[in-house]
Design a protein around this ligand. Sequence first.
Ligand code: IPM
Ligand code: MN
Length: 371
Amino acid sequence: MKLKIAVLPGDGIGPEVTEQAIKALNAIALEFNHQFSFKQADVGAIAIDKTGAPLPDVTLELCKSSDAILFGAIGDPKYDNAEGDVRPEQGLLKLRKELGLFANIRPVKAFEALLDFSPLKRHLIKGVDISIYRELTGGVYFGKKETAEDGSYASDLCEYSTSEIERISHLAFKAAMERRKKVTLIDKANVLDTSRLWRKTVTELAKSYPEVTLDFLYVDNAAMQMILNPKQFDVILTENMFGDIISDEASVIGGSIGLLPSASIGAKHALFEPIHGSYPQATGKGIANPIAAILSAAMLMEHFGLFEEAEMIKGAVEKSLKLGITTPDLGVRHERMTTSKVGDFIADFISNPSDSNHNFSNIHIGQSTII
Ligand code: IPM
Ligand code: MN
């Protein structure tokens, strides 16, 4: 298969982790005879520094003319208290809106090799397999915003239309049909009109999926249930802001936010990105976990129906976790591994999956990990 992939490394650790995802995709291309071409463009703080805009037109055009987008991370503390309206995050939000990426899918799994690493007890997380469907182009993120000139008042409006709710809900129910046939809608319907609209719309739509059980949870309760009994969840369906918060919380199950990938899907475009942020304190230190970015590349493969390829990437990731070839956020089990060494191992394992002799000293000199 030929794929034109736009690469937007972004800020902080974005470039380092994206590089590892590309290594994995190059190994896949070689193995399966695909032609993946990569073109890079700026987004976020780095784009503001160069052009004044967080999403330059050339970047948007590149994304529009590509088959898929591989995204790194966005954000820089120097803009945290910046005067004026230009912020790195606007680059990502504009990209999501302009490309119509309304569905953000975030799979959460407990990896066997990391069961004792999560702060949550093993028996609570063993077997957890959740797919979060987060609405991505509506809600309070994109409602009318206002700040009084004297700074004494601010407002963010939360808006949803039935069509916005329906399009992501269909995807969530279809996913549930292929899984354990349960959808949990997370909302705050005891307080918010928008949440009541979600409940009404989703209840109606659920009639077209009679095999799927639909459950409702208020978001405050859901936050607690995610820690108390995460195994109850199959597909989670929720609005933009609740999905943002719940998915960070859910990452604790895996043991590190550095493990969670995501796919943002629209009618025409698709973007793949780790759910973590730009982790500015870690930039350039080689300590950022590349696995979320690499698993995002696996989701990219799945999006194009390349399931064997995706399985191969996931298998290589699992192997690295099993062998403890991981960055320090997952504890140091052997010698300290860097972002790039983990990426090398995973790419090498994709190329030589059947070899079982792994020579750790070779990882350090950047050569094949296989004797
Ligand atoms: C995410 C991030 C973004 C969001 C930020 C960087 C705008 O936290 O993708 O979860 O809030 O959606
Ligand atoms: Mn987030």
